[in-house]
Design a binder for this molecule. Structure first.
Ligand code: SF4
Length: 390
């Protein structure tokens, strides 16, 4: 695949671009435009920016000849549409060649689905065995699937094209690295993955982790690479209850280490740190106490999740969460069970309550696009099929 993306733009091509005018551009063979895109896409963001500059430059001559603003605008729109469509078609070709997607629907209507997050699943393996984890409720077939996808096998190059496609075809601005636990498999390579996400222009880059494998060096490196959000699962401030809930596979307690990492990350400039908490009936303190504890650690956001009743433990421990928090104002509410709260005191963390299990939750999930551990893009986390399907 590398030979498809030459390291520099050839003088011949530069000449072709220089002599291209609006008519030849709009009427040219798509392959010719694709060749140009390929030459300019050594670095995706740079390539697209360059291509847009090129198209506008090509348009200048023709636009100068048209006096009305409407005609000029129409010409620019035509060019923009053509370029974006060509980039997406080209990316789809590459994704197919790289076996990233067996089936991609290219029509505009499908693309307009409101996908908002690209979730990179860095393998389903985890160092914890939480009592409420969905994996605990897996049937044999699903267990086999999770085992098969314990590690990821996509290359950085595949990852780059999946990210570029998500951004260009769906205008996705947010990327989330998770698992399993995303730090179990090759945490150092994650630095490169974050760098690529930043280079491509994702505005929000999040790691969702249980935090046990974080180190201060890794946090520093992730931030330097472009991490904007760190979400750490920590269900209670009580060490014994935490250890009981997460059942670390090495039988050790990681509670103190995780709290230390939370505090360290909360002190990093430009990084937004969130605690992610599964609310249980007997092992989690009242929400007000959890919020106060999170505030003392310097955490800016806290999400409290009502447990999905997926196994015996989560049925017994399920506790409906009130849709209000004393001293906080509700600032938004989604029909499927997510409410956001803010305190008038700006030092207090903001709070999200996820009251899962509402009837539309599943359809809301479809706003995610997943890069699965086998390197396929899919709208479904547990899809066994060949790629994207709608
Ligand atoms: S940390 Fe997450 S993935 Fe790992 S066992 Fe717990 S809930 Fe499951």
């Amino acid at each position: 695949m590398n030979e498809m993306i030459p390291q520099s733009v050839s003088p011949d091509l530069t000449k072709q671009i220089e002599i291209m005018n609006l008519d030849t551009f709009l009427n040219s063979d798509p392959q010719k435009i694709i060749d140009i895109i390929q030459q300019y896409t050594e670095q995706p963001d740079h390539g697209i920016k360059k291509l847009r500059e090129l198209s506008y430059a090509v348009a200048m001559e023709a636009i100068d000849k048209h006096e009305t603003a409407e005609v000029q605008k129409e010409l620019l729109t035509q060019i923009q549409t053509k370029i974006d469509k060509l980039i997406i078609d080209w990316l789809e070709e590459i994704l197919k060649e790289m076996d990233l997607a067996g089936k991609i629907h290219a029509d505009i209507e499908e693309r307009q689905r409101n996908l908002s997050v690209l979730k990179i699943i860095r393998g389903f393996r985890c160092n914890y065995n939480c009592r409420f984890c969905l994996e605990q409720n897996s049937d044999e077939e699903q267990k086999q699937y999770l085992d098969e996808f314990a590690s990821y096998n996509y290359s950085l190059e595949k990852l780059k094209f999946a990210m570029l496609y998500a951004k260009m075809a769906f205008q996705i601005k947010e990327i989330n690295f998770s698992g399993g636990d995303p730090l179990v498999n090759n945490p150092k390579q994650l630095i490169e993955e974050i760098k690529i996400a930043k280079q491509i222009g994702f505005e929000k880059i999040t790691i969702l982790t249980n935090g046990a494998l974080l180190t201060t060096d890794l946090i520093d490196a992730y931030c330097e690479a472009g991490l904007t959000n760190l979400s750490i699962s920590l269900h209670t401030s009580n060490k014994e209850n935490y250890d009981y809930l997460v059942m670390a596979k090495d039988k050790k307690s990681h509670y103190e280490h995780v709290v230390k990492m939370l505090k360290y990350a909360s002190g990093k400039q430009g990084l937004l740190v969130r605690i992610n908490s599964a609310k249980t009936k007997h092992f989690t303190e009242p929400i007000a106490e959890l919020i106060q504890w999170a505030k003392k650690l310097g955490v800016q956001e806290i999400t409290i999740n009502e447990m999905i009743m997926a196994n015996q433990f989560s049925i017994e421990e399920h506790e409906p969460i009130n849709n209000e928090i004393a001293g906080y104002d509700k600032i938004s509410e989604q029909h499927w069970g997510l409410s956001l709260f803010k305190s008038p005191n700006s030092d207090d963390p903001s709070v999200a309550i996820c009251r899962f299990g509402k009837e539309d939750f599943a359809s809301e999930q479809s706003k995610d696009l997943y890069l699965l551990p086998n390197g396929k893009l899919s709208q479904y986390l547990f899809e066994k099929g060949p790629g994207i399907s709608y």
